[in-house]
Write a new protein. Structure first.
Length: 177
């Protein structure tokens, strides 16, 4: 089971790396890095979809929320989504549909709040940091744990987010910005 959480960390790490590559004004010299990051997190997500209903629910929800928000706008994210979709079609994961809808809503809320934070003035302000922290899914998963007694969703989100956070912390070293 610990392997799944390690793969989730890897998935989050390469998802954020792909995102940083898409958003960076300075493009890497090696053009294959961005699609490679997308493929890596797509395969990691695909493996997790095969492995666990909680991971499948959370990752599909994140993908749908991001897609609905119009944020799948770079080739590396499209590659990741295509690989993950292939895994979903092959695995036909068992998903608790009400949980999926709940987490899609939270993923969309995260994207919308992050957009508000990006447009807010005062780069160091506490409200901007809170809006941009993307905590809706974590808070929702904690509430889901309390209500339904299933902490698997929360652990899945925390593992993914740890990789996401780690990639952001290492961004300057990785991207040489």
């Amino acid at each position: 089971m610990i392997l799944l959480y390690i793969i989730a960390v890897v998935c989050g790490f390469f998802a954020k790396l792909a995102d940083n590559l898409a958003d960076s004004a300075k493009k890497p010299k090696k053009k294959w890095i961005a699609p490679f990051a997308g493929a890596l997190y797509g395969f990691a997500a695909g493996y997790l979809v095969f492995s666990s209903a909680e991971f499948a629910t959370v990752l599909i929800a994140m993908a749908l929320g991001t897609l609905i928000a119009g944020k799948i706008d770079a080739r590396q994210h499209q590659i990741a989504l295509a690989i993950m979709l292939a895994a979903i079609l092959l695995a036909m994961p068992k998903i608790f549909f009400p949980a999926l809808l709940f987490f899609v809503g939270l993923a969309l809320l995260d994207e919308l709040l992050n957009d508000i934070a990006d447009k807010a003035k005062g780069a160091k302000s506490l409200p901007k940091k809170l809006l941009g922290a993307r905590l809706s899914m974590e808070i929702g998963a904690a509430a889901f744990w309390i209500a339904a007694g299933n902490y698997g969703y929360l652990l899945a989100i925390i593992a993914f987010d740890f990789g996401y956070w780690l990639s952001e912390k290492l961004k300057k070293r990785i991207l040489f910005n």
